[in-house]
Each structure stands twice: as C-alpha cells, then as structure tokens.
Design a protein around this ligand. Structure first.
Ligand SMILES: [Zn+2]
Length: 381
C-alpha cells in the first residue's frame, strides 16, 4: 500500500490519548467552521451542545456519530484527522474534491459530551444511549433520531471503541471490528445489510495489508434498542465500527490510524476494492478471550497446584487523565484466556497485595515474589 497518505501528516496531535471531552474538541470545531457547516443539533442532559459538522454538497448522504459512549474516543480522534485531511489533502486534492462533490457527510463527533466529561459509557442520567433507540428517553437519543429523519442518510456510521478483552480467532487482538447490524431477529440479509457487508468487506481487505489478522466481526444478535439495528431495520445501510486494541497501544494512537485508513477507503479516496458481500463472513468473529496480562505457571499461597492468573486494567479517570488500574480477573490451572502481555514464571511464588488469600475482581496494589521483591513490571503499560 504505497499510495496511502501518511497518517502522521494529518493527525490532529492536539487530540491525543483516551480522555477527549467537548472542550478539547471545541477549538477544532471552531477552526473547521470556515470550511464546513457547523450546527448545534440540540443539547445533552447537562446542557452541552451536540454539534454537527457538514462537509460536501453531493447527493449521497453519509451520517456518522461518534462517542455516543462517552469513554470511547478513538473514532472521534480519527474523525478529526479526516477533517484535517479534507483541509490539507495535497496530492489527494482531486480525490477529496470528488468525494465532497458526490457526497454530503454529516458528523456528530460527540453525541454524549456529558459521558465524555465523566469518562463513562452512559450519559448523565446513567442511560446507555445505544440501548435507548426504541424508547428514546434521553435528549441525546432524540437528537440523533431527529437528525436521521431530517437528513435521510444513504449510509450510517456508528462509531465506537471496544475493550481490550476482544480478540479474533487465530489469537490476535481485535484492533478493529465491524458489524453490519441485523435488521430483524432472523438476521436476514436485507438489501441495506448487504450494502453494509460489502463496504465492510472492502475496508477489511484494505486494512488487512496493514494489520493482518487483527480485524474482527462483531456479534450480530438483533437488538431493537440498539441504534444501528434500528437504522438498518429502517432500510439504511449502517456500519458499526469498534476501535480496539493494537499491541502496546493503550492510548489507541495506532488504532486511530487504522480507523483513518478505513474512512479513506470507505470514502473512495484511496483504493476501494469491490469484493462480493459474502466476503464479510470470512472476517473472523470477535471473541472475548483476551485479558491485559496473563501470568502462567505461578504458585499462590492457599491455592493448590500450579496456577495462571489473568489481570485486567480498569480505566479510571483521575486528575484529567485515564489511569489503567490492574484488577485480578481470573485464576485457574488451565486458563484459556490469552494475555496482551504473557509471562511464564516457572513455578515462582507470587503474592498479591501481601494477602494469603486472593479475590477475583480485587484491585492489585502490590505484586511480589517469595522474597518480597516487586514484580509489578509486568503491569507496566
Ligand atoms: Zn460503544
């Protein structure tokens, strides 16, 4: 893939890391307002503006929304990289101009600004907006629905992050997973769904050159409360993006790059292959089989036999940054989970929090060997 724009050239470096709030976005939204149409579509529970940015003036309409889950910011970063690229496309000027002539792209970059501020999935009323598509009890859900009905998109992009627990069969992390959500309980392949599948297969083919084996297909159980399922049911092709873990990249700055490439391909700015829609089913399914750290072949006091432990980081907002706090996730003699970091300790005795007893879900404050020496290096990210 020599003909791909270098992401670093377009990366909006002022937006970095996992904690991205509306006040981080605001100066960039203002900057772009001379180039695209910025609107306030409504307000969140706590009164924050729900912005949209409209690019292009073509007949094919694409509606995208990011951060409907407040703590899922990777696609938001990639969206602003794409806006930056539109403004400074250099050698790609013609391709960008063609895209903007043929398409109107309407993006709500932060549908849940209250959740973004508190780094929570839910909004300020503790409601998961992606389970509120049917009842629409929340102002953010009502705004998205009214934009959808007024704009009448030909394609919807539902932009999310997934946790590090997801991998793909074959044993790699799911750096990017896609879903063409079901439109009914039978998971029929409706015309809209078929279009979404075909576009996903095309993006997957392009990304496979960069991250082979790291692309997954999300579970397609139908849920009418999910926004993607609802829009697909209404006959509008809808694609779910789930930005996930790239090895060592807890800030998701690498993953952001692959989302950027996926957009470039989807928008036909770089090569977009034309695989048959059935290629979608060749993408391996997501599996919940990864944890952040797995320590194998250890001995624990009060637990008989050789054990393995799995450790999972919980993301905690503190002092405006996200801390990755280790918790004991599982103990077992035949643990089938894989670790993004795996260590075999060859039977070494391990003491967690200086306890004789260990408890699943406990925060790991100290991790020591039998001499009392710290082995917490395994928890460094
Ligand atoms: Zn999500």
């Amino acid at each position: 893939m020599n003909n791909i724009p270098l992401h670093g050239t377009y990366k909006n470096t002022a937006l970095a890391g996992r904690y991205i709030t509306l006040s981080d976005l605001f100066p960039h939204i203002e900057n772009f307002s001379s180039r695209c149409t910025v609107s306030v579509e409504g307000h969140s529970v706590l009164g924050a503006n729900l912005y949209s940015l409209r690019w292009g003036y073509g007949p094919k309409k694409i509606l995208a929304w990011s951060q409907m889950h407040g703590n899922e910011s990777t696609t938001t970063k990639a969206v602003f990289d794409i806006f930056h690229f539109f403004e400074n496309s250099g050698a790609y000027n013609d391709a960008v101009a063609r895209f903007l002539e043929q398409h109107t792209l309407l993006v709500l970059p932060m549908l849940n600004p209250d959740g973004a501020a508190s780094y929570t999935r839910e909004n300020a009323n503790q409601v998961d907006l992606n389970r509120d598509a049917k009842k629409r009890t929340q102002p953010e859900s009502q705004v998205l629905r009214s934009v959808f009905e007024r704009f009448k998109p030909d394609l919807c992009l539902n932009l999310h992050d997934q946790r590090t627990i997801y991998g793909v069969s074959g044993g790699t992390s799911a750096t990017l997973s896609f879903l063409a959500p079901a439109a009914d309980r039978k998971r029929s392949i409706t015309p809209a769904r078929k279009t979404a599948m075909q576009l996903i297969a095309a993006m997957s083919e392009v990304l496979s050159a960069h991250i082979p084996g790291h692309i997954g297909r999300y579970d397609d159980t139908f849920n009418v409360n999910c926004v993607g399922d609802t829009f697909q049911k209404k006959g509008v092709p809808t694609i779910l993006f789930e930005a996930g873990h790239f090895p060592g990249d807890y800030q998701r700055e690498q993953t952001r790059k692959y989302i950027f490439y996926a957009f470039l391909s989807l928008f036909d700015i770089i090569e977009r292959p034309e695989p048959p829609y059935k290629k979608y089913f060749d993408i391996p399914e997501n599996q919940n089989h990864f944890r952040d750290v797995v320590l194998r072949d250890i001995s624990l006091p009060e637990v008989e036999g050789v054990q393995s432990i799995a450790i999972q980081f919980k993301e905690v907002l503190k002092d405006d940054t996200i801390r990755f706090v280790p918790h004991l996730d599982a103990i077992g003699s035949k643990l089938e989970l894989r670790g993004h970091v795996e260590k075999n300790l060859n039977g070494k005795k391990v003491l967690i929090n200086s306890h004789e007893n260990v408890f699943v879900n406990e925060e790991i404050v100290t991790l020591t060997d039998e001499n009392g020496d710290s082995i917490e290096d395994f928890l460094a990210i």
